[in-house]
Ligand binder design. Structure first.
Ligand code: SF4
Length: 410
């Protein structure tokens, strides 16, 4: 029977639509409360990046969204989040202000949401707020606002001018590197540096990895997220041929790993590498991109729809939908949605190939959206399987050599 705990084989046709959540519950499985809330406060963007999964891939639902989250929806979202935090007695929650481009929503709405959540949750719940911006509008006025509201800022940058302007352009074709670099200097060179949470860099294997890494380090980021471009078995990512043993993305990342790992001082955190190393040591993953930890994140879209991860927009039209809405439904209702359950049930949601893989406890089948195959659903290995296997194997071998050397020296 599909989804029942134990050794029953997983039926992969259309997974996870037919997941038997009742059977899971009867078998003792319990959902974990959401801890991270992504609020899409504006649905449009002031850039027209060619690799954007929100606008340029399978799901086109942004076209039906209001441009800006209405105040009444924002207020209800705040109530739903506080209700969830209270019901589950959460000690800490993360609010991620997202879009489109969230700075287009304007300072009033940002203040309304952040002050609203902090005022609505119990005093025992810590509220961390982060905004993920393309950096185009990150001026001094916004930085002062973020200072006063304790909002940390993540900026998307793909490397040097060549790397950034390959994809991250305005609708008229102009590159954004100069403007975003100016914003990053404003954020990092002065008194606001402590607000900087890091850089999100989408990989393009045509960009030189070392030059890309050095260009990002110029802004002294506390962390870098290198993101694999979204793709799946039907729409593979660039330069990733389905089933090919070639590993262009692992080869690209390994060049950066060697510099980062061999540096005598920690230059920055690289989340993907750190998470792989933590997983190899037996610690749980803190990222939805790797490992088997339950995903505890939910999205509230601009119109108030309760949705799954945005990354699913790269798979098929309507993929992130739950058909739940904050005006009708508490966030608890989403906890039993099959697609959300599938991301909290660990190894049991994986394909037989992944479950038989030596690296499954570290890899976890890779990013959920990258497993999609229209014929079977999400119970497939990642389209990046070969790259993940090589990258994890490489990091593991390097760490093991060092541990053996230290033991020998002791
Ligand atoms: S390396 Fe491939 S087979 Fe192994 S867990 Fe990851 S995606 Fe699955």
């Amino acid at each position: 029977m599909l989804g029942s705990p134990g050794s029953e084989p997983l039926r992969t046709q259309g997974f996870p639509e037919f997941l038997d959540v009742d059977a899971l519950l009867a078998g003792g499985w319990k959902p974990l409360a959401f801890q991270q809330f992504i609020l899409k406060i504006h649905s449009r963007c002031d850039l027209a990046c060619r690799h954007c999964y929100v606008y340029e891939m399978a799901d086109q639902s942004w076209r039906e969204q209001p441009r800006r989250m209405a105040d009444a929806i924002a207020d209800r979202a705040v109530e739903r989040i506080a209700e969830h935090a209270t019901r589950h007695d959460l000690a800490e929650i993360d609010i991620i202000l997202h879009g489109g481009e969230p700075l287009l929503a304007g300072p009033e709405l940002i203040s309304r949401v952040v002050c609203g959540v902090r005022g609505a949750v119990d005093t025992g719940t810590r509220v961390n707020v982060n905004i993920q911006t393309n950096g185009v509008r990150l001026d001094e006025a916004y930085l002062r606002l973020f200072e006063s509201l304790e909002i940390r800022v993540g900026v998307s940058l793909d490397g040097d001018a060549e790397g950034q302007d390959r994809h991250r352009r305005f609708a008229d074709g102009r590159g954004s590197h100069a403007l975003v670099s100016e914003s990053l200097r404003r954020l990092t060179a002065g008194p606001h540096h402590h607000l900087f949470s890091g850089i999100l860099c989408t990989i393009d294997v045509r960009n030189d990895p070392v030059r890309t890494y050095k260009a990002l380090l110029e802004f002294d980021p506390p962390a870098i997220d290198f993101l694999l471009p979204h793709g799946n078995w039907a729409s593979p990512p660039p330069f990733r041929e389905p089933g090919s043993p070639a590993t262009p993305y692992a080869d690209w990342l390994i060049q950066i790993f060697d510099i980062w790992y061999d540096s005598p001082v920690l230059q920055t955190e690289i989340r993907l590498f750190r998470e792989i190393m933590r997983l190899l040591m037996g610690s749980p993953s803190r990222s939805e991109n790797i490992g088997l930890s339950p995903v505890r994140m939910v999205v509230i879209d601009t119109d108030g729809s309760i949705e799954q991860s945005d990354t699913l927009k790269s798979t098929y039209h309507g993929a992130p939908e739950t058909r739940l809405h904050i005006l009708r439904d508490p966030l608890d209702n989403a906890l039993l949605h099959p697609a959300i359950v599938a991301r909290q049930m660990g190894e049991r949601a994986l394909s037989p190939t992944c479950r038989g893989c030596d690296l499954v406890s570290t890899c976890g089948g890779g990013q959920y959206a990258h497993r999609y195959n229209p014929a079977t659903g999400f119970a497939e290995p990642s389209i990046y399987c070969a790259d993940l296997f090589r990258l994890i194997g490489y990091i593991s071998a390097r760490c093991e050599r060092d541990v053996a050397r230290l033991r020998g020296a002791g």
